[in-house]
Design a protein. Structure first.
Lengths: 389, 225
């Protein structure tokens, strides 16, 4: 038997058996679709979480970053002395170093007066450490007293800021301190903060009266062009006090993601959800394949008597599971695509449908269906032609 | 005429140890090519077990069973699977695949052999269905056929591969007298045309007249010939 027949005939039989019983086929497809959507959404939320968690550090324009060793993540920093940051200027490779101040504070919705917490970033506007054009363009205006820039991608609960600004309503309160919103920029929400505001270091101290310029949350370091990032990092590590971490850009992103993945249980929750989707889908597909084998036991035994080998039926079962995987994945993908768009438009979370994610989920679904097939083929042993007579 | 089936001092028992239940005792029989042999006997006499051993579906350990020149006693599965492909089976139940049409069901018997094209397979299957009188039912599924038509379709499936031996177990048991008789006569006619050997187990005394030879088994022994 040539190899086309080896695979084609059992696949054709599997296909004919699947389409013969429409009700069961629909049930099986729904099972796979359910698992598919569940996995897509879990992975989507997880990736979105990581992406948004790292959205702030992604925009920071620096080569090395200082953080207190006790800082779990950027959104809950432990402060350290500005003088510690300034010590890095002693290294000849360092061009400049700027402090970054971070704080969570409630912003009053201009329309409803409801207060909601957001993240406030404070830094020297002329340092241009925030690599967003809308922020860079406003650096002179930001130096004015009591001015802030508002993140347009913040949750809508803060109010329709663009319309309000166009209408000239730009005065509100952060931390019960009156400020003026002089413009918008785009960053995006994270699990830590529903919105973001950028202001100057001096305005930051006015919004947070108990803070002072000497206690900083992060340090952003720029090196001279041509200087080695790794070598400078090593030098700074040996030079500075033990309580600060010196991160490269990638390490900072990694540190932030790691926090959400491991320290916060969120990474585990989504991972767990993904596995549950896999298991539920597995059980459904297994049930379908299993009852299929039981129902066809006599027919299979007859075919065995006619000289079909055991392997033929194994291929029939695996072909069935492959078809179910594909048939369930296609509507599952389309539904997930819709849900992704819904999440982006309604929840303001970045949920891109990447090719790599599509492939990952398909492989996931395929492995689920093959696993179900693997469990179901044990039942084939029951198809014993000697019992037929 | 050469013997296609030669059974020599075959002993077979179910169970082991103290529970050993002998089913076949010292069975010796030879069947020639083209012969139609009916095996009758009361229930539990071992006739079906005998058929499954001839068909290579059950492993025997004592004596000698040669089918188409292959020794089945203490043989490996590979030889039996190969030999089974030259044997046609007809069961008490039709055992047609519910999801396939009559034509596709008959084609299944030919798909083991991928040497011929799909077209040839369909042609041969259609010819065989026409020969059993189902020419106008090619695209009907089993649940759209009557009991007699289903059994005829399964006869077509057994014969289409041009097997050297047909093994049938109570093929008329689930049919009324008329369609049972028709089905068996059809089987006889087609078998005689192609010199196919038939070994048929039955209780049905109405069909004894189709046989060249009737063998009666009682308590695992051949009673008379």
């Amino acid at each position: 038997m040539n190899w086309i027949g080896w695979l084609y005939f059992p696949a054709r039989l599997a296909w004919r058996q699947l389409v013969f019983d429409r009700t069961k086929l629909v049930a099986a497809i729904c099972g796979v679709l359910f698992a598919c959507v569940l996995v897509f959404m879990q992975l989507g939320f997880k990736d979105s979480l990581y992406a948004s968690a790292a959205s702030a550090p992604v925009k920071l324009d620096g080569d090395l970053f200082l953080m207190h060793k006790q800082s779990e993540a950027m959104w809950r920093p432990v402060r350290f002395k500005r003088s510690e940051l300034m010590r890095v200027l002693g290294n000849p490779a360092v061009m400049e170093a700027y402090p970054l101040y971070l704080g969570l504070a409630p912003l009053k919705n201009i329309q409803t007066q409801v207060k909601r917490t957001l993240m406030v970033y404070g830094f020297d506007p002329d340092s241009l450490i925030f690599n967003v054009d809308a922020v860079k363009n406003k650096h002179t205006e930001l130096r004015l007293k009591d001015t802030v820039l508002f993140d347009e991608y913040s949750r809508p609960e803060f109010g329709p800021m663009r319309q309000l600004l166009d209408a000239g309503e730009n005065v509100t309160e952060i931390n019960d301190y009156k400020i003026t919103i002089i413009g918008l920029f785009q960053l995006g929400v994270s699990f830590a903060a529903d919105g973001n505001v950028i202001t100057s270091d001096l305005n930051f101290m006015r919004i947070f009266p108990r803070r002072n310029l000497d206690d900083i949350d992060m340090g952003v370091i720029r090196l001279n062009s041509g200087a080695s990032v790794e070598r400078t990092q090593a030098e700074l590590k040996s030079h500075l006090n033990e309580f600060v971490n010196v991160f490269t850009y990638e390490e900072l992103l990694h540190y932030e993601k790691d926090y959400w993945a491991n320290a916060a249980p969120i990474g585990f929750i989504f991972g767990f959800g993904t596995v549950m989707g896999w298991v539920v889908g597995l059980v459904i597909v297994y049930q379908i394949l299993f009852t299929d084998i039981v129902n066809h036991r006599n027919e299979f035994a007859t075919l065995k008597a006619m000289g079909y080998e055991h392997g033929y039926f194994v291929r029939v079962v695996f072909a069935s599971s492959f078809f179910l995987a594909v048939l369930g994945f296609i509507p599952g993908y389309l539904l997930s695509l819709g849900l992704y768009n819904l999440a982006e438009s309604q929840m303001y979370m970045p949920m891109p449908m990447l090719i790599s994610k599509i492939i990952t989920v398909f492989m996931f679904i395929l492995s689920m269906c093959f696993m179900a097939g693997l469990l179901a083929i044990r039942k084939l042993k029951d198809a014993n032609p000697a019992d037929m007579f | 005429m050469p013997n296609v089936i030669e059974v020599d001092h075959l002993n077979f028992s179910f169970g082991s140890g103290a529970l050993t239940q002998p089913v076949l005792k010292d069975v010796t029989i030879s069947i020639e090519k083209g012969e139609i042999v009916l095996i009758t006997g009361p229930s539990g006499s071992g006739k079906t077990t005998f058929l499954t051993i001839i068909g290579g579906l059950r492993q025997a350990f004592h004596g000698s069973v040669k089918v188409l020149g292959h020794q089945f006693v203490n043989s490996n599965e590979q030889i039996k699977v190969k030999t089974r492909q030259q044997i046609g089976y007809i069961f008490q139940q039709h055992n047609l695949l519910k999801s396939l049409t009559a034509l596709q069901n008959v084609c299944m018997a030919l798909e083991i052999n991928a040497m011929i094209t799909e077209q040839q397979r369909c042609n041969r299957a259609a010819e065989m269905l026409i020969a059993v009188g189902l020419g106008d039912r090619l695209d009907y599924r089993p649940d759209q056929l009557s009991g007699g038509q289903r059994q005829r379709a399964s006869i077509a499936r057994a014969l289409v591969g041009q097997p050297k031996i047909i093994l049938a177990d109570e093929p008329t048991a689930s049919l009324d007298k008329q369609s049972g008789y028709e089905a068996v006569n059809l089987l006889k006619r087609l078998a005689k045309e192609s010199h196919t050997t038939i070994l048929l187990v039955t209780h049905d005394y109405r069909i004894l007249d189709i046989a060249d030879r009737v063998v009666e088994i009682e308590d695992g022994m051949i009673k008379q010939e």
